[in-house]
Design a protein around this ligand. Structure first.
Ligand code: SF4
Length: 300
């Protein structure tokens, strides 16, 4: 972990003594754990009468991105999470958290949310505990990652669930403070695909392996969405799996960006869905427009 270069920022700091862009120490910090029922249906399933099932979401503290519209800003952005009590967990403790989700709450998978800055700690964790958990491991990241870092996760992660937000580096800097975004995200997606390929489902319909790319449609930025979808179709073919997200709502610092300080409207979303269908994807998911509500965001 000395001289951290895990993500595209390549800060080169020793996180034992100093902070890089993500401001995270060389320890596992967990902000929130829950059975999550609002991920894609083949990840979450439905809540049954016993209240078991769902995706076993472990939300790590912090993020290397700083999206002005982040719905998880209270746990992702340093100005918020630093004011809350920090929950440092040792690897054994993280295993117990995951084990309880699997054995008691019968989740279908372990879903690591915002894991990128912790990759160096999660690799030995997964090497030691993955086989004991016995469910698919999901890497639910923002996609702003380095190919070499992801290569070290080969065989340890079953499902990659990255975002692909922008096809425009200027947008990525303006809204997420992620420089050279397109280069990094496209390389990361190709590495993920090389490792896990197209989604494979179990007999009961839950994902066991594969790449699922999430794209959040931003209001007023339809050309961006079309370019993202076109790249995915050209690069990975018609079997690529995209989850088109409509859950954008103005929150956090979006008030400072008037052009995105509103919800997506039906007409915009329809245009993107039609474009998606025209591209000839064989499968995929359209989130309902009514998902654009804070009730779909976990309470942190
Ligand atoms: S994980 Fe954090 S410290 Fe390491 S390179 Fe990325 S932003 Fe910098």
């Amino acid at each position: 972990m000395n001289f951290c270069t895990l993500c595209p920022f390549q800060c080169g700091v020793d996180r034992v003594h100093r902070f890089g862009v993500c401001q995270l120490p060389n320890k596992l910090l967990v902000s929130h754990v829950q059975q999550h029922f609002f991920e894609e249906p083949f990840i979450s399933g439905e809540c049954n009468n016993e209240g078991t099932g769902g995706s076993g979401a472990v939300f790590f503290t912090g993020c290397n991105g700083r999206c002005v519209y982040c719905q998880n800003y209270k746990i992702s952005q340093g100005e918020y999470w630093k004011k809350a009590p920090l929950h440092v967990v040792m690897a054994k403790e993280l295993f117990e958290i995951c084990r309880e989700l699997v054995c008691e709450q019968k989740v279908h998978n372990i879903n690591f949310v915002s894991p990128t800055s912790y990759t160096a700690l999660l690799i030995p964790f997964l090497k030691k505990y993955k086989s004991k958990l016995g469910v698919p491991i999901i890497w639910n990241s923002n996609g702003y990652e380095k190919r070499e870092t992801l290569q070290a996760l080969k065989g340890l992660v079953d499902v990659y669930l990255p975002d692909f937000k922008y096809f425009d580096d200027a947008m990525a800097v303006r809204y997420s403070k992620m420089p050279n975004y397109l280069k990094w995200v496209t390389e990361a997606l190709m590495e993920m695909f090389d490792q896990v390929g197209y989604p494979q489902l179990s007999a009961d319909g839950f994902i066991e392996k594969g790449l699922v790319i999430r794209h959040l449609v931003l209001p007023g930025h339809l050309e961006n969405s079309k370019k993202v979808l076109t790249w995915i179709r050209k690069t990975f073919g018609s079997k690529a799996y995209v989850a088109l997200m409509a859950q954008y709502y103005p929150i956090h610092r979006s008030i400072d960006f008037p052009e995105i300080h509103r919800k997506l409207i039906g007409e915009e979303y329809r245009e993107i869905k039609e474009y998606f269908l025209k591209l000839g994807f064989e499968d995929g998911l359209f989130q309902d427009l009514d998902a654009a509500d804070s009730c779909y965001t976990p309470e942190f």
